[in-house]
Write a protein that binds this ligand. Structure first.
Ligand SMILES: *[C@@H]1O[C@H](CO)[C@@H](O)[C@H](O)[C@H]1NC(C)=O
Ligand SMILES: *[C@@H]1O[C@H](CO)[C@@H](O)[C@H](O)[C@H]1NC(C)=O
Length: 397
C-alpha cells in the first residue's frame, strides 16, 4: 500500500472536509478554535446525512448484530483519547504510532469498515463536506437506537484530527481491571464525572468481552487461587464453561449482559445488583456506596437510565477538547495550519485529483483488522485486551 493511496489521500479528505487544513492559501490560517458546534450544521450542505448513516449502520447490523456495540465502543474510544476527532480511524504512519494498535484497541476495536463504507456514501452525496468524526458520532447514536436505546441530541461540526497517539490511547482509556477510583479519575480529567462512569458503563448492556479481560475473576482472583467471591455462583460456573482455564480460551467471547445481550435496556444494572456483572470494573460499581446507589436506581427504573444515558452520551460526544487548556491539541492545530500553504498541500491536491477516480474516500487507512476478528470485543473500556473498559461504549471488547 503506497503512502499516498492509502494514507495521504484519505486523510486529506477527512481533513479537508473540516476546513482545518485548507490547502488553499487564501483560506489558510483561519483555524476555528472554538468549535462552533451546531445542531443544523449539515442541514443545507448534507440534508440526507442522517439517513445515509442510518442505512449504513442498518446494513451492517443486519448481518452482524454485534456491530452496534462495536460502533458505540469505537466512538467512546475515539472521544476518550484527546477528544472526538476520528483519530482512532488513522493507521500508523512513519510519523506516528496511532491508536488502532494500542492495547485497548488492537484485536478488539471493530467497525472500521462500516465507517469507511458510510463515508464513501456520504462523499457521493455531499463531497468534502462531512467530517469522519461526525459520521462516527452519528453511527454510534444510530447503533444505540437500533438496539433499543434512547435517542440523544447531537450537534455537528467536529473537525477530524490528523494525528493519533498509541501512547495516549494506552494511558487514557480505562481498563476493566483498574480500580473504580482510577477509572473515575480518568473520567474527571475529561470533564466527565462519577455519574458518567456509572451511566456510560451501561453501554455494556450490549456487546461482548474477550475472556482474557475478566478471566482472573474465574480462577485466580488477585492471587487468591480462588474465584472472585463477588461473582454469583451460577454465573461463575457458566463463565468457567465459556472460558476454560487455559490460554486457548483467551479470545473466546462472553456477553457483557447475559440477560439481554443485544437489547439496549437496564438489565446490565439488574445484573450488577445480582452479582452477575462480567468485568471487574462492572461489578466494582456495586462496591462504592455512591455508585451502587445509582446502579440500584437504574436497575429498577429503565426510564431514568435512558434519560441519563442520553445526556451522558451528548456530553461524551461533545468532548472536542477534553480539557480546557489542552495545549497539545492547540499545538497540533497550529502545526496543521502551517502545512496549508506549502508545496506538500499542492502535492496532496494534485494527487487527490489524479487518484480520486481510483480510490474510495475513506476515513482511515487500509489496515483494518478483519471484520469479525475472533478477538474483538465491545467493552467500552479500553484495554481491550485486557482489560478494559468499562465505559464506553460498546461492547465488544
Ligand atoms: C491507580 O492510580 C494510582 C494513583 O495514580 C496508581 O498508583 C495505581 O497504579 C493505579 N492502579 C492501577 C491498577 O492502574
Ligand atoms: C436478579 O434480580 C432480580 C431483581 O432484583 C430478581 O428478580 C431475579 O430473580 C434475580 N436473578 C437472579 C438470577 O438472581
Amino acid at each position: 500500500m503506497s503512502l499516498s493511496s492509502y494514507f495521504t489521500i484519505p486523510l486529506f479528505l477527512c481533513l479537508s472536509s473540516l476546513h482545518l487544513v485548507s490547502p488553499f492559501p487564501s483560506f489558510g490560517g483561519q483555524i476555528d478554535y472554538d468549535y462552533n458546534y451546531n445542531y443544523n450544521y449539515y442541514e443545507r450542505s448534507c440534508p440526507r446525512l442522517r439517513m445515509i448513516v442510518q442505512n449504513g449502520v442498518w446494513a451492517a447490523f443486519k448481518t452482524d448484530t454485534r456491530i452496534a456495540a462495536s460502533l458505540l465502543r469505537l466512538h467512546f474510544h475515539d472521544c476518550f483519547v484527546n477528544g472526538c476527532d476520528a483519530s482512532i480511524l488513522l493507521d500508523d504512519t512513519i510519523d506516528f504510532r496511532g491508536e488502532k494498535n494500542a492495547f485497548p484497541n488492537r484485536n478488539s476495536a471493530r467497525g472500521y469498515e462500516v465507517i469507511d463504507s458510510i463515508k464513501a456514501d456520504v462523499e457521493q452525496a455531499c463531497p468534502s463536506t462531512v467530517s469522519c468524526v461526525d459520521i462516527l458520532t452519528l453511527a454510534a447514536r444510530e447503533s444505540v437506537i437500533l438496539s433499543g436505546g434512547p435517542y440523544y441530541p447531537l450537534s455537528f461540526g467536529r473537525k477530524d484530527g490528523f494525528t493519533a497517539s498509541e501512547k495516549a490511547a494506552n494511558e487514557q482509556l480505562p481498563s476493566p481491571i483498574e480500580p473504580l477510583e482510577n477509572i473515575t479519575a480518568k473520567f474527571t480529567s475529561k470533564g466527565l464525572d462519577m455519574k458518567d462512569v456509572v451511566v456510560l458503563s451501561g453501554a455494556h448492556t450490549i456487546g461482548f468481552a474477550q475472556c482474557f479481560t475478566f478471566k482472573r475473576r474465574l480462577f485466580d482472583f488477585k492471587g487468591t487461587g480462588k474465584p472472585d467471591p463477588t461473582l454469583e455462583s451460577s454465573a461463575l460456573a457458566n463463565l468457567q464453561g465459556m472460558c476454560p482455564n487455559k490460554d486457548a480460551s483467551n479470545r473466546n467471547l462472553a456477553p457483557l449482559d447475559s440477560a439481554s445481550t443485544y437489547r439496549f435496556d437496564n438489565a446490565y444494572y439488574v445484573n450488577l445488583v445480582n452479582g452477575t456483572g462480567l468485568l471487574e470494573s462492572d461489578q466494582a460499581l456495586m462496591r462504592d456506596p455512591k455508585t451502587s446507589a445509582i446502579v440500584t436506581a437504574y436497575s429498577s427504573n429503565s426510564y431514568l437510565f435512558s434519560a441519563d444515558f442520553a445526556s451522558s452520551m451528548t456530553k461524551l460526544s461533545n468532548l472536542v477538547f477534553p480539557t480546557i487548556n489542552n495545549i497539545a491539541q492547540v499545538v497540533r492545530f497550529h502545526v496543521h495550519e502551517q502545512t496549508s500553504p506549502n508545496l506538500f498541500s499542492y502535492f496532496v491536491i494534485i494527487a487527490f485529483f489524479l487518484l480520486m477516480s481510483l480510490h474510495r474516500l475513506a476515513c482511515g487507512g487500509g489496515r483494518h483488522p478483519s471484520p469479525g476478528f475472533e478477538g474483538d470485543s465491545d467493552d467500552l473500556g479500553g484495554h481491550g485486551s485486557h482489560d478494559f473498559p468499562k465505559t464506553g461504549g460498546g461492547s465488544d471488547d
